[in-house]
Design a protein around this ligand. Structure first.
Ligand SMILES: [Zn+2]
Length: 357
């Protein structure tokens, strides 16, 4: 029945008492990538949870452990894929996103599916295709502290319904990196949920509350309205230009291209008006930064202006995923932004192939 499972261990309907009493001991019980199958009241339907694609993001694993231990009987069959066990168990526990010789697992859900991890990604997609789920939730934690949010790759009400189980914040992104949520051939929506930082107790609560609903709700769709949600359409990324340097500090640093305020992450999901300075710039000025839209064009002048060597928003912005980790800022981006005025829901864009067949 289960094609493509060869690189996963299948744990079919674990008895609650078979699971170790703590999430950490439960992790040690898993010998490698694992599928937990939990039969529901209605065995004709299925929902899929993916978690631990990143080994340092344990909120989803903890929630699944609790639900099974607490004898939760789901409404429909649930498959839980627990993926990067090796990275999670490497010491210090739950601190490695992936191992030094590995790639980021959530960048591999696209051809050519090479290597052990690429094949694992393909196995998971094949398995999902086989079970034809109603929905797929991929649970993560953010790299820094902050509130929970969800991410999807296009506009459709069903994403909002799924997101509302966890959070009112939804980002619709056109950036394509090879993540699981980008796979649109699975016949149902795939939503990424970022529960907040791995060290924040609220993150575990959000994962548990959301997954409890996802397991037990008789109907997943057609409950939420656009007005109830805080939607971020098509964000841009603020990136450091190549061969420029960046530091975090409370004040401008001499001869450094970009100085980012130490507490930039406090801006996450807040409104930033044009009178708020977001960084200090060095001799290269604004050329030290670029803002990439979803087509990869530099649109920095559309979003920011420079005044007195400081970077200001050109118009009111909402920021998210602002990091205080220089490594992430340099290799990925400083933060994502949307214009506040860009928020509108276009009903005509609300079509997906899962409704066409
Ligand atoms: Zn992650």
């Amino acid at each position: 029945m289960m094609i493509g499972i060869e690189n996963f261990e299948l744990w079919d309907n674990p008895a609650p008492e078979e699971l170790a009493s703590t999430a950490t001991e439960f992790l040690y019980q898993l010998k490698g990538p694992t599928i937990l199958k939990i039969s529901g009241r209605d065995t004709s339907r299925c929902r899929v949870v993916v978690t631990l694609l990143h080994g340092n993001e344990p909120s989803g694993l903890k929630a699944v452990h609790r639900l099974v231990r607490d004898k939760c009987v789901p409404e429909v069959n649930i498959l839980v894929a627990i993926v990067s066990i090796d990275a999670a168990v490497a010491q210090p526990l739950f601190s490695n996103r992936f191992l030094p010789h590995q790639q980021d697992m959530n960048r591999l859900f696209k051809p050519p599916f090479d290597g052990g991890q690429g094949i694992l990604a393909k196995n998971l997609l094949d398995l999902i295709q086989e079970v034809r789920p109603e929905a797929i939730i991929d649970i993560h934690n953010t790299s820094g502290d902050g509130p929970a949010f969800s991410v999807c790759v296009r506009q459709h009400k069903r994403y909002l319904d799924l997101a509302s189980l966890f959070t009112h914040r939804v980002i619709i992104t056109g950036h394509r990196l090879g993540s699981l949520m980008e796979v649109t051939s699975l016949g149902c929506p795939v939503l990424t949920v970022e529960c907040g930082g791995a060290m924040q107790p609220e993150s575990d609560e959000i994962a548990l509350r959301g997954l409890t609903r996802f397991f037990t709700k008789p109907k997943l769709y057609q409950s939420v309205t656009v007005e109830e949600m805080d939607i971020y359409h098509h964000p841009v990324r603020l990136e450091l230009s190549s061969s420029r340097q960046l530091v975090y500090s409370c004040g401008p640093q001499l001869n450094v291209d970009v100085t980012v305020p130490t507490h930039i992450d406090r801006r996450n999901f807040g409104v930033v008006r044009p009178d708020t300075a977001l960084a200090w710039l060095g001799p290269a000025g604004i050329n030290a930064l670029c803002v990439l839209d979803e087509q990869g064009n530099n649109v920095i002048d559309d979003f920011f202006v420079v005044q007195d060597n400081k970077l200001y928003p050109r118009t009111t912005l909402k920021l998210f995923m602002a990091t205080t980790d220089p490594k992430i800022a340099v290799t990925d981006c400083l933060f994502y932004a949307v214009k506040e005025t860009d928020h509108q829901w276009d009903e005509t864009a609300d079509v997906a192939e899962w409704e066409m067949n």
